[in-house]
Design a protein around this ligand. Sequence first.
Ligand code: ATP
Length: 345
Amino acid sequence: MIEISTLTKVFGSGQEAMTALDNVSVTIAENEFFTLLGPSGCGKTTLLRMIAGFELPDTGEIRLDGQPVTHLPPHHRPINTVFQNYALFPHMNVAQNVGFGLEMLGRDRKEIDATVARTLELVRLDHLAGRRIDQLSGGQQQRVALARALAPAPKVLLLDEPLSALDFKLRKEMQSELKRLQLETGITFVFVTHDQEEALTMSDRIAVMSAGKILQIGRPMDIYDRPAARFVADFIGDINFIEGTVTDGGTVATGSGDLAVTAPLPASGTTVTLAIRPEHVMPGAEGPNSLAGTLAERVYFGSGTVLEVDLGATRISCRTGDAPFAEGAPLSVTLPPERLQVLQD
Ligand code: ATP
């Protein structure tokens, strides 16, 4: 539905030049909850602003339902945006805020009133239609901003870190709320966040960005279980990296011992990075791929315990439920071959 091809954008010139987007291509499907995820400054907002029409690319094209829209002004695109700071009109009440876009579109009063009522019901704010904006909580303001963006029934809704101003509990609540709204309305959502957990829990697919480039596009599970690059592996959740060299025997020699992997390996002699999630490291187990170590640190975090195990050449984190192991005592860990990812970068 949204086809983005080879978008490039450089801000400034000469020594000040900053490549915000570097040859970015991605296709977003109809009805998809699509997330742009990456650290601050990676180009997420610039890409979102281009889809909205607030920013023009230097090169490249954006198509919507097959039609080129790259140079269409924002109000001629069937797209709406929810901004980080909500950008609500403080002198208007809730219903007036939600109806504002419809008035601008010249819809008649009856239709506006019906749509506002329906949309407020959708975001569960119908009981506050007459309230002034400054008499609402942060979470309620967030819902008004959503309702205002949803009211004209856009084909695409762009959301730029819409939950970042909310506290933890409210953010969790709004995450499932947004997911519900997307399913109920069938609108394509393009969501920007730097919060990996938010991206993993809400999205149909995620594009992980770094320094103006998309490094990987995939479903949350693909990105988490099979990161294509070290940056992606590191940015999405906790992970251990172990450096090694491919041996003639098809294993990986590391400073702490030889490891077998099920993933394909490059030629013998190549240096690789093995990656494994802490929850996949098995403490106290003996057998193939088990490495001898010492329990350096134990950190209890409520729903489990993290064990930091010293393997001599490296240290590995291991997440486990129950941990009847003593700090300073010998502790071996097993790295299941099928859980070891091989990264080459
Ligand atoms: P954040 O999460 O902090 O909002 P982001 O991933 O959304 O970051 P962008 O806002 O897209 O990143 O910015 C990408 C890069 O382009 C940054 O280095 C930023 O400083 C630069 N940039 C963005 N807009 C402009 C502008 N109008 N003029 C100059 N540089 C800009």
